[in-house]
Design a protein around this ligand. Structure first.
Ligand SMILES: [Fe+2]
Length: 164
């Protein structure tokens, strides 16, 4: 893929986040299943439903580029999710496991927020108004999801023993 213009950069990153969101729909059910706090499990389930819908909105955002939707392997998300799911294989105390799952989830959200922030700015510059409004709506959901787990962490982190 030749990267000559900002439009090329936009398409490149959109292909990346499209793949990232798809990967996340596979990891969130595992995270929900292993979370011990029911509210945390519920937050992951809710974000799964949101993420499945975001995949469709990202797909729709391709229309402004005039190119077909394409998923390009997002190595960053693959790495973040590998870390998130490797925690599940550790022998962790329930409260500690939940604290680690929150940490992993927030890394994912911040990664997504960084990408959507850039894509929204570029969409504006490129005059991709439909893509801009779709991506703005996803960005708002990611920020809300991040804020929600921050709030949950204030209660859940207290379930973990501070030290031996
Ligand atoms: Fe997302």
């Amino acid at each position: 893929m030749a990267l000559e213009t900002l439009a090329d950069a936009f398409y490149h990153e959109l292909c990346d986040i499209y793949h990232a969101e798809k990967q996340l729909t596979k990891a969130l059910p595992k995270m929900a299943k292993h979370a011990t706090n029911p509210q945390l499990a519920e937050a992951f389930e809710m974000h799964l439903a949101e993420t499945q819908e975001q995949v469709l909105r990202v797909e729709a955002a391709f229309a402004d580029t005039g190119k077909a939707p394409k998923a390009k392997k997002c190595e960053a998300m693959a790495g973040l999710l590998e870390e998130a799911t490797s925690v599940l294989e550790e022998d962790a105390e329930p409260g500690v496991l939940d604290a680690l799952l929150i940490c992993a989830a927030q890394k994912v959200e911040h990664y997504e927020i960084a990408t959507y922030g850039t894509l929204c700015t570029w969409a504006q510059q490129l005059g991709y108004s439909e893509a801009k409004s779709l991506l703005d709506s996803i960005m708002a959901e990611e920020e809300a999801a991040d804020a929600k787990i921050t709030k949950l962490s204030r209660v859940i982190n207290k379930q973990a023993k501070v030290r031996a």
